[in-house]
Design a binder for this molecule. Structure first.
Ligand SMILES: [Cu+2]
Length: 257
């Protein structure tokens, strides 16, 4: 039978393609070089990517949500039935036409959804890849405070001072319940919780002050759980960092001392 032969030919072709793809993938994997080694990575700012994607989502939902809704309203009005016994003069759509008119626009919108979510995954990947030269600060959150500890042992509370021009990564945990470290200006937010280390990184470029707020309801004084990020010029930060270490009496012990 023709159908049977066609089916067999198709499945043979599919199998051949699939095994070819698998072989190609295996070859590629055997010479796999991490992406970072191929392209030396400049520091991309996730905040810029966030704003770009946000803008794109806004434009798309405006076109799909507002323009198309207005058009539909207009058509509803324009082609309304004008009297009780009025009947349309168009001949009814064929079944194929009906399905096509429903499915094709749906796929067009879905293509946009897939496009946006692919962009979202890419951005998420950027949010998760911490640049190597980041300043690493430990953060322990608690009701109702943010406690930061710098690599040299300096501690600050509700105030995170960082140098401009260097990415910062926070390794976070919590003493009590779940909090969420939110810095709106840097478009970054991540939960902190007991028994697990989470992280977030951001890229402060210019000196300035930014609000930090808890974004996970954590008890009665949740709304008071805020602080700030102070971005300082490099030299100012270095001076502050050293002075603070002296003030807090932190001696960096060297091997052999
Ligand atoms: Cu909190």
């Amino acid at each position: 039978m023709g159908g049977n032969r066609l089916y067999r030919a198709l499945s043979t072709a599919l199998l051949a393609t699939a095994s070819g793809l698998v072989r190609a993938a295996e070859e590629e994997l055997s010479e796999f070089v991490p992406y970072e080694k191929i392209v030396p990575r400049e520091i991309e700012d996730p905040a810029a990517g966030f704003d770009h994607l946000w803008y794109e989502v806004m434009v798309d939902i405006t076109i799909i949500g507002v323009v198309f809704a207005l058009l539909a309203l207009y058509f509803l009005y324009r082609y309304r039935r004008r009297s009780e016994d009025e009947e349309g003069s168009q001949k009814p759509l064929s079944r194929l036409n009906i399905i096509g008119w429903a499915l094709i626009p749906a796929f067009v919108f879905m293509a946009d959804d897939f496009f946006l979510s692919a962009n979202g995954w890419q951005l998420y990947d950027l949010y998760r890849r911490v640049p190597e030269n980041s300043l690493e600060v430990k953060l322990e959150s608690a009701m109702w405070t943010w406690d930061y500890t710098y690599p040299n042992g300096v501690k600050t509370y509700n105030e995170l001072r960082v140098p401009a021009g260097q990415p910062v990564v926070l390794r976070m945990t919590s003493r009590d319940t779940i909090h969420s470290h939110f810095i709106p200006d840097f478009r970054i937010k991540e939960d902190s919780m007991p028994g697990r280390v989470t992280y977030l990184w951001f890229y402060p470029k210019e000196p300035g002050e930014h609000v930090v707020s808890c974004a996970e309801y954590c008890g009665q004084l949740h709304s008071r759980m805020y602080g700030k990020v102070i971005v300082m010029p490099r030299e100012e930060f270095d001076a502050w960092y050293q002075a603070e270490a002296d003030k807090q009496n932190i001696k960096l012990t060297k091997l052999g001392d």
